[in-house]
Ligand binder design. Structure first.
Ligand code: PNW
Length: 448
């Protein structure tokens, strides 16, 4: 047995990265609208005002998905399209847009997977303190309730948060993402606890409103990859130890509370004096059962056993292959990441993102040839297959991304798509990798 018969072959996007129509039909601003409009924040001085104009072109994009045989589509809902002020009045036109998109997907039998928060916090809520405001988890629950009531008859799969460590880490600690803050640990711990509570309340709202709902939480993760079999324990331990680097970027800091109902011990002792109030009731809310863990994996860290049994990073040799964005190509990160996660948390896993940024361009023949991406995907998928074969419960794989899009602080300079976006004309061109992926889907990965 390799990939399950019902393996979910998908592609993923996120609202701010593709939709455009940033101020149309009553949408409120998000922190990303404000951030991208601030001089110097985006490396190519671009914004997501138009992006892939998916808001107007979703029918074409869904048709292309259908042509590629894509079975599931992971997209995110823009909170400020549904609730322009983040709370209070509902914008019916925002609901209409997602209804139309979902209906279009249904027409082709494509299963929607909805991410509830992929970083575009309503700016109005930011002005009220954003993730530092203790009412934020209630606002999130209101928003999720509206999403569940509006789309829950057709959408059965939800991801509450995408990569909490990236939006808190880059947005509130390093300052490279919206809202561009560099806060102290005390505030960061407060923010993270509010995110955890918002997750718990979202789970409550989804279960209440949708009978057969499946709920996940997506981590962006750079797995440790043991250099040899002797290094497996060190790799595993350091992967989940909440003390390597900043706690924000730790796996166990985010997932242990959700699955085990408690924050890692060493975090509690190290930060005891600056922790926010954490009640037993909070932990009960946060640890309400979920159905799967989503993992976004692009690269890994090769490690060997160092002093005292701790893992030590082994730098890649000179000239090691990298993607255009500069990330090391480490296919076995998909094997070890899924294995370590499954061994520890025993929950079904979806790869909610994996893919490659490459220097794609339109060739003289009018096509987009991307052999490097095909090779990357082939290698990574072989490792995923190996993990599934050795017992990890892997349910699906979403390619990042369906189409080239706004890559956050890098603007349009990175291309991750299976489909090329020619931004000046908004023409879409399926890349060679798109056709290659179609073939993989048709064969359920048996041809890899
Ligand atoms: C993810 N890393 O972010 C996001 O979910 C997507 O929105 C984004 O477009 C995509 O990956 C590509 O960047 C990541 O440093 C940010 O390993 C950083 C890392 C990985 C993923």
């Amino acid at each position: 047995m390799s990939f399950r018969k019902d393996f979910v072959w998908g592609a993923a996007t996120a609202s701010y990265q593709i939709e455009g129509a940033f101020d149309e039909d009553g949408k409120g601003r998000s922190i990303w609208d404000e951030f991208s409009h601030t001089e110097g924040k985006i490396s190519d001085n671009s914004t997501g005002d138009i992006a892939c104009d998916h808001y107007h072109r979703y029918k074409e994009d869904v048709r292309l998905m259908a042509e590629l045989g894509i079975k599931a589509y992971r997209f995110s809902v823009a909170w400020s399209r549904i609730l322009p002020d983040g709370t209070g009045a509902v914008n019916q036109k925002g609901i209409d847009f997602y209804n139309d998109l979902i209906n279009e997907l249904m027409k082709y039998g494509i299963e929607p997977y909805v991410t509830l928060y992929h970083w575009d916090l309503p700016y109005a809520l930011h002005l009220k303190g954003g993730w530092l405001n203790d009412d934020i988890s209630d606002y999130f629950e209101q928003y999720v309730t509206i999403v569940a009531e509006s789309f829950g008859d057709r959408v059965k799969n939800f991801i509450t948060f995408n990569e909490p460590q990236v939006f808190t880490g880059c947005g509130y600690f390093e300052g490279s993402h919206a809202p561009g803050y560099k806060l102290a640990d005390k505030e960061l711990l407060h923010i993270c606890h509010n995110v955890h509570k918002a997750h718990g309340k979202a789970v409550r709202a989804l279960r209440k409103n949708i009978r057969d709902v499946k709920i996940g939480f997506t981590m962006g993760t750079t797995p440790t990859v043991p250099m040899s079999d002797k290094d497996i324990d060190a790799a595993r331990n350091s992967y989940f130890s909440c003390g390597n680097g900043h706690f924000l970027f730790s796996e166990s800091f985010w997932i242990d509370p959700i699955v085990f109902g408690k924050y890692p011990e060493n975090l509690m002792s190290a930060y005891g004096d600056i922790l926010p109030e954490i009640s037993a009731e909070d932990m009960k809310l946060i640890s309400a059962p979920i159905d799967f863990i989503g993992l976004n994996i692009y690269t890994g860290n090769i490690v060997k056993t160092g002093e005292g049994g701790c893992a030590e990073k082994v730098p890649c040799p000179a000239g090691h292959p990298r993607t255009a964005i500069g990330w090391d190509i480490i296919p076995s990160s998909l094997y070890w990441g899924t294995k370590f996660y499954y061994d520890r948390y025993k929950l079904p896993i979806y790869i909610t993102e994996n893919g490659m940024s490459a220097h794609d361009c339109i060739s003289l023949d009018g096509k987009v040839h991307d052999p490097n991406r095909i090779d990357y995907l082939n290698r990574y998928l072989l490792e995923l297959k190996k993990s599934a074969e050795s017992g990890a419960d892997i349910r699906g794989y979403f390619q990042w991304s369906l189409l080239d899009n706004f890559e956050w602080a890098k603007g349009y300079s990175e291309r991750f798509g299976l489909i090329y976006t020619d931004y000046p004309t908004q023409k879409r061109i399926v890349k060679d990798s798109g056709y290659w992926y179609k073939n993989v889907i048709e064969n359920n990965g048996e041809n890899l």
